[in-house]
Ligand binder design. Structure first.
Ligand code: KG4
Ligand code: ZN
Length: 362
């Protein structure tokens, strides 16, 4: 292995932690240049099962990745041997999929003689804002997707302070489950948002989770139970819009109240970054904008293609961490086993709150 940890680096990123197979090639130095970024979704493979099937995902990643990585390299005009670094997600996520991607990355690293950097998927999300522009450290990140709901202070490329995480469902998962209970087709979040436009958000009582509890953790399972009860008692044809609006308002209010608390605990930070699929929600964006403006903060919401799962963020995080730590800090990567559970802030890893033990989504 001959590469030095000096910028700029040409880096191949690989992402396989859930149901998107992704590969990207970036040049990372003073700035970031995305030479190629490819994402293929497995929605069709899982459609008949009502959710992501881990074994099917792992297999689909293994089948697709060689061609996808080759296509990303070809589009970038970079031969494998000309790479300075390969960065691959090594957790957290569905372990079979992570193993598919990381094993492929190990093979390519050995055959091309290029160093391999294991990347925490959440670090990819945490640093991804740089794909669309520079935001100074430290900043506060609200990560809200189908798999994660976290508040993190990003101090630098390798230092993250987790202020809160969900103790049960992720925010996007709550949107998806509510949509399912209402019998809506297609992607849950956008379907709820569309239906809620004509709904009365004040009509249904919704719980206010963890109200008055210290910290910045989230909980969405009580909302799910409330929605199930409202749906059972409702005339869906007449009441669905009101239920959707009531849910959306409660979910956004919960996200906002925990974010407001996190802003008080975020030290020097004056930038709030929102990422993940739920950050596409118009009501959430408007409320975050108002919250940030009221406190003299700046809100940054990167384009959706960078804040949903992708490999450009893995390449970027791997390169920034490699440049920060240096090659000697990497240890024996070939012996490294991927991790299903890998909290970004290890100090917060085993905290429990109430009855909910923080699980995979933490
Ligand atoms: O980050 P993402 O694309 O994928 C992963 O979770 O990996 O996030 C997807 C989530 C889904 O739960 C989806 O329902 C939610 O983001 N979502 C939304 C909206 N668009 C997508 N939730 C609320 N409002 C939206 N407009
Ligand atoms: Zn993700």
């Amino acid at each position: 292995m001959t590469a030095q940890a000096t910028a700029p680096l040409t880096v191949l990123g690989i992402e396989t932690s859930c149901d998107d197979t992704a590969a990207a090639v970036l040049r990372v130095g003073d700035g970031v240049e995305i030479l190629s970024s490819k994402v293929t979704s497995q929605v069709a493979e899982h459609a008949d099962f009502g959710g992501v099937v881990p074994e099917i995902a792992a297999r689909a990643h293994a089948v697709r990745l060689p061609d996808l990585a080759a296509a990303a390299l070809a589009e970038a005009g970079v031969a494998p041997g000309a790479l300075d670094l390969i960065a691959a997600t090594a957790g957290p996520g569905l372990i079979g999929g992570v193993m598919s991607g990381f094993t492929f990355a190990k093979g390519l690293s050995l055959s091309a003689g290029v160093p391999l950097m294991p990347v925490n998927h959440l670090a990819g999300h945490a640093l991804s804002v740089e794909l669309s522009g520079h935001v100074p450290f430290p900043y506060l990140l609200l990560l809200v997707s189908g798999g994660h709901t976290q508040l993190l202070v990003v101090e630098d490329a390798v230092t993250f302070r987790r202020l809160g995480t969900t103790i049960d469902d992720a925010a996007g998962e709550a949107f998806d489950k509510t949509a399912k209970l209402l019998g809506l087709d297609g992607a849950g979040g956008p379907a709820i948002e569309k239906l809620a436009v004509n709904g009365d958000a004040a009509r249904y009582d919704m719980p206010r989770p963890l109200l008055g509890r210290p910290g910045c953790d989230f909980s969405f399972s009580g909302m799910k139970t409330a929605i199930r009860q409202h749906v059972e008692e409702a005339d869906i044809a007449r009441d669905a819009a009101d239920i959707a609006a009531s849910f959306q308002a409660a979910a956004v209010a919960h996200l906002i109240s925990r974010t407001a608390r996190a802003m008080e605990m975020a030290g020097e930070a004056r930038h709030l970054v929102a990422a993940g699929g739920v950050a596409a929600n118009t009501l959430l964006r408007a409320e975050l904008e108002a919250l940030a403006a009221g406190e003299g903060w700046q809100l940054v919401v990167p384009p959706l293609k960078f804040c949903t799962d992708n490999a450009a963020m893995i390449a970027l995080a791997g390169a920034r961490q490699y440049l920060h730590l240096g090659p000697e800090a990497m240890g024996d990567v070939m012996r490294l086993a991927p991790r299903a559970r890998w909290p970004l802030d290890e100090r917060e890893a085993d905290v429990t709150l109430g009855s909910g033990r923080k699980g995979r989504k933490a």
